[in-house]
Design a protein around this ligand. Structure first.
Ligand code: ADP
Length: 237
């Protein structure tokens, strides 16, 4: 497969925080290929570099060395302005804590994104896709954790992102709510064709992935592909 048939490829991707004695080697030369349209789960102990990788390919942080390509475009060589455009046009983020604006309704939180995106779906359509049609005019404080996370997912998918990054998306949720959120991520992948990259401690989540990447100490230890993917309902919590 060529670089343009992958959402991401990286070559020797390296990230060092700090310098001298205090230097932290967060990524130690990562070579990676993420084919388009997959759900990819990154597993590994805390501090092994998973979030650092996500932040670099998501255009939030810069590598110290090596290269990262998005659909063949070299992210590591982009100007800050082009990297901002890349994030705005192609990338959705979902974090463990939902980062919603408390003074805005669900719909208004999603509209923050649809107002600046190039070709967004309607905020109400994004909220329908995550099953929140009935809750659009509620404020975050009037919603459960799972509902707030679904608003955060609606906000991330409303721009029709090429890639959706999720950092511990079910970390703060109970099993039933977490499963509902995983169903939404499955749908986003299947219906919108977005590549979905999930960083998690919850190893069981790997069952629903097309591809599982095991991280240790700033490097990839192994990559597996699932011949048979589990539905979120089959995942043991
Ligand atoms: P993971 O997501 O697997 O828990 P991270 O990518 O967050 O791992 O962190 C990898 C290493 O980089 C850790 O040792 C962490 O402390 C360090 N690190 C991450 N971000 C920073 C930062 N902004 N400044 C200094 N060190 C950092």
């Amino acid at each position: 497969m060529s670089e343009t048939e992958h959402t991401f490829t990286t070559r020797g991707l390296t990230k060092v925080y700090g310098s001298g004695e205090a230097a932290v080697h967060a990524l130690r030369g990562v070579d990676l290929e993420i084919p388009k349209g997959e759900i990819v789960v990154l597993l590994g102990p805390s501090g092994s570099g998973k979030s650092t990788l996500l932040n670099i390919v998501g255009g939030l942080d810069r590598a110290t060395d090596g290269e990262a390509f998005f659909e063949g475009q070299n992210l590591t060589a982009m100007s800050d302005r082009d990297l901002t455009r890349y994030r705005r046009d192609h990338v959705g983020f979902v974090f463990q804590f939902y980062n919603l604006m408390p003074s805005l309704t669900a719909r208004e939180n999603v509209e923050l994104v649809t107002e600046i995106a190039e070709d967004p779906m309607d905020a109400s359509e994004a909220l329908r896709l995550v099953g929140l049609t009935e809750r659009m005019d509620h404020f975050p404080a009037q919603m459960s954790g799972g509902e707030q996370q679904r608003v955060a997912i609606a906000r991330a998918i409303a721009k029709k992102p090429t890639v959706l990054f999720c950092d511990e998306p079910t970390g703060a949720l109970d099993s039933a709510t977490g499963r509902a959120v995983l169903h939404v991520l499955n749908d986003v992948n299947a219906k919108l064709g977005a590549t979905v990259m999930i960083v998690t401690h919850a190893a069981a989540t790997a069952g629903m992935a097309h591809r599982v990447i095991h991280f240790a100490d700033g490097a990839i230890r192994s990559v597996e592909t699932n011949a048979h993917r589990l539905s979120p309902d089959e995942i043991k919590w």
